[in-house]
Ligand binder design. Structure first.
Ligand SMILES: Cc1cc2nc3c(=O)[nH]c(=O)nc-3n(C[C@H](O)[C@H](O)[C@H](O)COP(=O)(O)OP(=O)(O)OC[C@H]3O[C@@H](n4cnc5c(N)ncnc54)[C@H](O)[C@@H]3O)c2cc1C
Length: 514
């Protein structure tokens, strides 16, 4: 029997009615209500733009922080930095706050800044087509159609759960679910649990569930580099001080920002800083895993940073417990009774949990948006890989802005910083449309190509490309389509001004490529 592993987002609540009917036309349609969508909505309102909607397919806002409810879920960039610059929060409970707090923060920001009247939950963008005669986007949603002058996609890259590419996934007879769709109805107490994957989510939930289960088998394909998590609870006096003296909160954020920008050098320098960081990570492993045999199996054989560096104080201690087993030869097959590892041994299991990440290269928005030349974004990117100008605009797709588009993710800091830089760029573009009295703007292909050639050259010497690992940062051809190659302030500088000279600005339809 093959079953689906993906319940609807947020279960029954996904059917909750959205506020009011969709307008027939808006100036801006924002898609998604995570950090990107909510941040855009707030900044539009601050800019005086009221004529917009936020389309969200799930029943409530929050994106990543609504969908990932697994035990132990928290950010791994400090909260003072992993939050909006325009909405600092002195009340974070910890240095790295847990998921419910981050979700509540986004809900609070949306309410406080007046976003909720614009939010249409339960509204899945199914298709969007650029109409080059009318110079607008024609959008089809699960709740009806609308048109928009401008589309801002905040659809996220880590939204569609990925499952291992092995036979039998879906055939398991017991409960099986992905960490991003945690099934809280399944009681793990006393169960034999398999965890497939050892990425950023798994290292958070493995220690959280280990005390509860009878036996835990962790299937590891590649061991991650793990460094200590410098986490602590903030005290009430600290929080009170940050509330009363915002400059101190700002200073805390700035200190965390610059520390992370320094850390970047470990990924981009000649390897000396990285060697020091690797030594520290090995010491962390040695302190927490006394058994040399297990330690060897948990030791990465690629350069640190090539895959995302993880932070944890309790993952290794969870693995050394007697009832926890690490299987490091990978998974060959899932059967109705359990999981068969690559050596052919079948592990009998009661519950399977997939901590196998996301389909980064297969985001639905790439399939559903069709540009001026009648091609979807996915088709546009099928030859040369996903690419955009300044990570945001794509030739052939007028008036479309992709937040956290190609090469805007980070290996070292908060993507909220990148999102805010992109939103500034979008607002600059809107101002340029008004200033020039035009209705459409489209990046010129040569400008986009030149931008990407320079960006890829910069990535060439970084550990993300040379570190000797397989990671979701790179596509099947080895091209790094996700990461920004250098300091985030460089991206901020690039997106501060709208480079109109790179664009074709139009008041009427055109039929030839720019
Ligand atoms: C467990 C976890 C922890 C993370 N921790 C960190 C961290 O510490 N630091 C960091 O920098 N990054 C972290 N990330 C990355 C994280 O995804 C980003 O930081 C950020 O939350 C992305 O925000 P977003 O708004 O772009 O996308 P998302 O938060 O993914 O939101 C996208 C929204 O778009 C909606 N949507 C998608 N398609 C459609 C459609 N067709 N129609 C309507 N709605 C649609 C989705 O339902 C979702 O609500 C983490 C990711 C995960 C999964």
């Amino acid at each position: 029997m093959t079953r689906t592993l993906e319940p609807t987002l947020q279960g029954a609540a996904a059917t909750a009615p959205a506020p009011g009917p969709l307008p027939a036309h808006v100036r801006v349609a924002v898609v998604g209500s995570g950090f990107a969508g909510i941040g855009t909505a707030v900044r539009l309102l601050q800019e005086g733009v009221e004529d917009f909607v936020v389309l969200e397919r799930a029943s409530s806002l929050g994106g990543t922080w609504r969908d990932n409810t697994y035990p132990g879920c928290a950010c791994d960039v400090p909260s003072h930095l992993y939050s909006f610059s325009f909405a600092p929060n002195p009340r974070w409970s910890r240095a790295f706050s847990p998921q419910p707090e981050i979700r509540a923060y986004l809900e609070d920001v949306a309410a406080r800044f007046g976003v909720l009247p614009h939010l249409h939950c339960g509204t899945d963008l199914l298709a969007g087509t650029w109409d080059d005669d009318a110079l607008l986007w024609r959008l089809t949603t699960s709740r009806g159609d609308l048109t928009a002058d401008i589309v801002v996609s905040g659809c996220g890259g880590l939204v569609e759960p990925a499952y291992p590419d092995v036979p039998g996934v879906g055939s398991f007879a017991g409960p099986a679910f992905h960490s991003a769709r945690w099934d809280h109805d399944v009681d793990l107490t006393g169960q034999r649990v398999a965890v497939v994957g050892t990425g950023a989510s798994a290292i958070q939930f493995v220690p959280a569930i280990a005390p509860q289960v009878a036996h835990l088998t962790v299937f590891q394909r590649t061991p991650p580099w793990i460094v200590p998590r410098l986490d602590r609870a903030y005290t009430e006096p600290e929080k009170a001080l940050w509330s009363r003296v915002p400059a101190l909160l700002h200073a805390s954020r700035a200190a965390k920002y610059w520390f992370r920008e320094l850390q970047l050098l470990a990924f981009t320098d000649d390897g000396r800083l990285r060697s020091a960081a690797q030594r520290e990570a090995r010491r962390h492993l040695a302190r927490q895993v006394p058994d040399p045999e297990l330690r060897a199996r948990l030791s990465p054989d690629y350069a640190m940073g090539c895959k995302r560096v993880l932070i944890s104080n309790d993952y290794y201690p969870a693995l050394v417990q007697d009832h926890v087993e690490v299987v490091d030869c990978g998974v060959r097959e899932v059967t109705p009774r359990g999981v068969v590892d690559a050596s052919g041994r079948e592990h009998e299991i009661d519950v399977v949990i997939y901590g196998t990440g996301f389909r980064v290269m297969d985001i639905p928005v790439a399939r559903c948006l069709t540009g001026r030349e009648g091609r979807t974004l996915g088709q546009e990117w099928s030859d040369g890989g996903a690419q955009a100008h300044r990570g945001t605009t794509v030739a052939g797709f007028p008036n479309l802005f992709l937040l956290l588009g190609p090469n805007t993710a980070l290996g070292h800091s908060s993507v909220v910083f990148m999102i805010e830089a992109q939103i500034s760029y979008v607002l600059e573009a809107l101002r340029a449309l008004d200033r020039h009295g035009v209705r459409a703007l489209e990046v010129r292909r040569p400008a986009q190509d030149a931008y990407n050639a320079a960006l890829q050259a910069q990535l060439d010497d970084t550990v993300w490309n040379t570190g000797g690992c397989r990671s979701w940062y790179r596509d099947e051809n080895g091209r790094n389509f996700t990461l920004w190659p250098t300091h985030t302030f460089t991206f901020q500088r690039q997106t501060r001004r709208f480079d109109a000279e790179a664009y074709e600005l139009r008041t009427a339809a055109r039929s030839t490529a720019p």
